[in-house]
Write a protein that binds this ligand. Structure first.
Ligand SMILES: [Zn+2]
Length: 436
């Protein structure tokens, strides 16, 4: 595989010392980063190397969307709280999926992510082998899990999840992983959680679960199990460093301590939590307790955008507003949540531009009004613009495993108009099936 030599860019490494190189270079050799540093690349440019001129661009690690669902529709039930929106649209729609609809819904969802600079999605949905084909075709890095619930809810079973693992785990040159997914506690039991952990351990894979998302979930858990959601998950052995717990809005001090004890990874999804009226997670307390917190958009049904730049800004603003404290969630830390922390949560070699890491890189164009005015050589201002001023439309180039998926905002791996057409057709099929 030939190399990509990215020159003349402002390189935001997000590495351990947070080096920023103005007029710097990044060299991608196959699926790994071979060099990153200040000034022009001094090594030999070899025959077959492709040189990307990143003048006017910020070069940074691809964003990690740590809690993601492929979406077949959006703009329905926008006024409903979580449980009602699940019952009225989400569950009926995901029970009505066929293979083709799932494939194109995933392709459209991954397309929006790629266009907004996301290189990894942690996607819990159904028909995982079809999602895997879409991820493989479009080129994004995808951690996939099923929507597993108790049988009476007519969603996925642990056997479905095992079959998905056997079918697509490791496909797409290793970019596709399959984990065990648990929908949420109201549709689960302690026994199901124990079996999910056993399956994950048996397969040597991780877990993705919605946990403590709404007050209705907490009340349901206390009524059915006599415990709060995290306590139930802890007792069932579900938690651990290989487990991503999404939302965690209503954690008690005890639950935060259980998360810390088990090293469980947290996906904070502030815009989804706000839109559904679920509340504001106690992230300042989680960070103070030493938890690793990444960011996710959740789903188009409840966001309704997949743009992680929007999620970054919202993550900062909502905590400042709620705590009346402008010092919270400063730009470099928010950017770390969307890159380094998300990568660490998934145990991935991504999320920073340093030698030996995976070649998941994005180029963000600063030659537009979102990044203007911009002083030369001011790293603080650049972080600020990325988090507070920009949106995903500033992303010019998205690279995963050293492969350019989007360049000049043009998708190179699939036919974009075809994806849009097919995703609309898929929605029509689902709507007619569910009688909406
Ligand atoms: Zn979710």
């Amino acid at each position: 595989m030939s190399r990509l030599v990215i020159q003349n860019g402002t390189v935001l490494t997000m590495d351990d010392t947070r080096n920023v190189y103005f007029g710097g270079h990044v060299v991608l050799d196959g699926d790994r980063i071979a060099a990153a540093g200040p000034g022009a690349y001094a090594g030999p440019v070899q025959a077959g190397d492709e040189v990307i001129d990143a003048a006017g661009m910020v070069v940074l690690p691809g964003l990690i969307d740590l809690h993601f669902h492929t979406a077949v529709g959006k703009g329905y039930c926008d006024h409903l709280p979580l449980w009602e929106s699940l019952e009225q649209f989400w569950y009926p729609s995901i029970r009505a999926l066929d293979a083709e609809t799932a494939y194109w819904a995933a392709a459209a969802s991954y397309l929006e992510s790629i266009k907004c600079g996301v290189t990894t999605v942690n996607d819990m949905y159904r028909r995982v082998p079809d999602l895997g084909r879409a991820a493989s075709d479009i080129g994004i890095r995808a951690v996939l899990s099923n929507d597993v619930a108790l049988d009476e809810h007519n969603l996925d079973t642990l056997q479905d999840n095992k079959d998905a693992y056997d079918t697509v785990h490791g496909s797409g040159e290793g970019r596709i992983e399959v984990r065990v997914g648990i929908e949420w506690l109201p549709l689960a039991s302690p026994g199901l959680l124990r079996d999910a952990r056993a399956l994950a351990d048996d397969l040597g894979t991780g877990i993705h679960v919605h946990l403590n998302e709404s007050l209705t979930e907490v009340e349901n858990s206390k009524e059915r199990f006599g415990q709060r959601p995290t306590e139930v998950a802890y007792d069932a052995g579900l938690l651990g460093p290989d487990c991503v717990a999404a939302h965690c809005v209503w954690l008690s001090d005890t639950e935060i301590a259980l998360m810390r004890e088990t090293g469980t990874q947290i996906s904070h999804n502030p815009s989804s939590n706000a839109k559904l009226g679920n509340g504001i997670a106690r992230v300042p307390e989680m960070l103070a307790a030493g938890l690793n917190v990444g960011l996710g958009h959740d789903a188009a049904e409840c966001n309704n955008s997949l743009d992680m730049f929007e999620v970054m800004k919202f993550a900062s603003l909502i905590h400042r507003a709620a705590r009346v404290d402008a010092s919270l969630f400063q730009a470099p830390d928010v950017l770390a949540m969307a890159t380094r922390n998300g990568a660490a949560a998934l145990g991935h070699d991504t999320g920073q531009l340093s030698v030996g890491r995976k070649a998941d890189v994005i180029l963000v164009d600063t030659r537009n009004v979102m990044f203007t005015p911009l002083a030369d050589g001011n790293a603080d201002q650049l972080h600020s613009h990325l988090v507070f001023a920009a949106n995903g439309s500033a992303v010019d180039t998205t690279i995963v495993d050293g492969r350019v998926l989007m360049r000049g905002r043009e998708l190179l791996t699939m036919n974009e108009p075809e994806i849009l057409r097919q995703a609309n057709a898929g929605l029509s099929r689902v709507l007619s099936r569910i009688g909406a």
